[in-house]
Design a binder for this molecule. Structure first.
Ligand code: IMP
Ligand code: MG
Length: 185
C-alpha cells in the first residue's frame, strides 16, 4: 500500500529557490570552464529532471559562444522503490535512446548518497565507449557512501536528512516543490 506523504505544511525549507538558482548558475559556469560545449547530458530520471532543465538553460547563458551546445538524453534506473533507504540493487528501467560512443558525457543526478546509482550509470556509459564521463549532482549527502565515487560538480553538501522537492521525492510526492525541503517522516 502506498504510504501517504506527511502534510505539506510540516515541511522545513533547507535550501531556498533563490539559493538553488544562484548555485545552478555558478555550477553551469564551472561546467562551461572545464568541459566542452558539445556534451551529451545523461539525466537520471526521475529525480534530476528539474535540476537538468535549469542546468541546461544556465549552461546556455554561461556560454558566450553559441556555435555548439549540449544534447540531452534520459535514463531511468531503479534503486529505491518507495522507501527511504537504498535497496542496493540497480537496474535499467528505461534506457538511453542516444548513442554515447565517442561523446563527452555529463551525467546529471539529483543527489549522491551511497554512490551506487552514479557508479552504475558511469560504468554503463563507459561500457558504451563514451569519450569521457563527468558527473554533476545538485546535492551530496556525506556519510553513507557504499562505493568510492565522487561527483565533479556538486551544488550543495547537505546534512544527513531525507530531503524532497526540486525533483526529489518521497513516494513520488513533493517533486514539484520549488525549494529543497525536509520532511518529518
Ligand atoms: P545512491 O545510489 O544511494 O547514491 O542514491 C541516489 C538516489 O537515491 C538519488 O538519485 C535519489 O533518487 C535517491 N535519494 C537519496 N537520498 C535521497 C533523499 O534524501 N531524498 C530523496 N531521494 C533520495
Ligand atoms: Mg530518485
Amino acid at each position: 500500500m502506498t504510504q501517504l506523504p506527511a502534510p505539506y505544511d510540516s515541511l522545513g525549507v533547507l535550501i531556498t529557490t533563490q539559493e538553488i538558482a544562484q548555485r545552478v548558475t555558478k555550477m553551469a559556469e564551472e561546467i562551461h570552464q572545464k568541459l566542452p560545449p558539445d556534451l551529451m547530458i545523461v539525466s537520471l530520471l526521475r529525480g534530476s529532471f528539474v535540476f537538468t532543465s535549469d542546468l541546461i538553460r544556465a549552461l546556455h547563458l554561461a556560454s558566450p559562444s553559441k556555435t555548439s551546445g549540449p544534447q540531452v538524453d534520459f535514463i531511468t534506473v531503479s534503486s529505491y522503490g518507495n522507501q527511504t533507504t537504498s535497496s542496493g540493487t540497480i537496474q535499467v528501467v528505461r534506457d538511453l535512446t542516444e548513442d554515447v560512443e565517442g561523446r563527452p558525457v555529463l551525467i546529471v543526478d539529483d543527489i549522491l548518497e551511497s554512490g551506487r546509482t552514479l557508479t552504475f550509470a558511469r560504468e554503463l556509459v563507459l561500457s558504451r565507449k563514451a569519450k569521457s564521463v563527468h558527473i554533476a549532482v545538485l546535492l551530496e549527502k556525506p556519510g553513507h557512501r557504499k562505493v568510492d565515487i565522487n561527483a565533479d560538480f556538486v551544488g550543495f553538501v547537505i546534512p544527513d536528512k531525507f530531503v524532497v522537492g526540486y525533483g526529489l521525492d518521497y513516494a513520488n510526492y513533493y517533486r514539484e516543490l520549488p525549494f529543497i525541503g525536509v520532511v518529518n517522516l
